[in-house]
Design a protein around this ligand. Structure first.
Ligand code: HEM
Length: 178
């Protein structure tokens, strides 16, 4: 997993909790805690950190991943402003993640491990998005989608309407408020 995800995660823990919490979970997780934004680290380190944060904070793992997704999206708007240049709404943006954004990400970081998405505009106010990834981070995707809607000031909700038993395939329904 790319270092940028770790550095943003650590920043979030410090800002939403504090430095003691960050040090505590690095200890509990048994990870090095040394990450640079351009490095690549084991995906399991992130799982260990999220599990440690969950037991220390009492917040469930999917909820932590969701909140982190929202935080990460707003970091992306700062770090990758060019992805936002010609788009003015969340549905257009979400429909570009698979065919454009993650494709560009893969060019910058050839070893990035990205999910695959299929999107379908059901009608002007509903978008279906299907997530495929062995990393089972559908809850992170929920937060990223919410962060995206907030960024474009699109009022609405995202719901998980289906998922495979092992959570490697998750279907989201994103609905704009009327
Ligand atoms: C400017 C927008 C975006 C950028 C720059 C971006 C970039 C990235 C990067 C760098 C990673 C880490 C890859 C790795 O660790 O190897 C990642 C992973 C991921 N991205 Fe994106 N992303 C963007 C938007 C989105 C959106 C809107 C969604 C959700 C619909 C999304 C869903 C995910 C998920 C769930 C992962 C975790 C890996 C997995 O589940 O397999 N991304 N993305």
């Amino acid at each position: 997993m790319k270092g940028i995800v770790f550095t943003e995660f650590m920043e979030m823990v410090e800002s939403k909790f504090d430095e003691d919490m960050l040090e505590g979970i690095i200890d509990d997780a048994g990870v090095s805690g040394v990450y640079t934004s351009i490095g690549t680290y084991p995906h399991t380190d992130m799982i260990q950190l999220v599990m440690a944060l969950s037991s220390k904070s009492g917040i469930e793992i999917p909820e932590l991943l969701r909140v982190f997704g929202g935080y990460l999206f707003s970091s992306f708007t700062r770090l990758y402003p060019h992805f936002f240049e010609d788009i003015d709404n969340s549905f257009d943006f979400l429909q570009q993640v698979e065919g454009f954004i993650h494709v560009q990400v893969k060019k910058i970081y050839p070893n990035a491990e990205l999910p695959r998405f299929e999107t379908k505009r059901l009608n002007p106010s509903e978008l279906q998005m299907i997530y495929y990834s062995d990393r089972r981070m559908g809850a992170l995707a929920v937060g990223l989608i919410q962060g995206c809607m907030e960024h474009f000031k699109d009022d609405g909700e995202v719901k998980i309407v289906d998922s495979s038993n092992d959570d490697t395939v998750v279907t989201f329904l994103i609905r704009l408020a009327k």
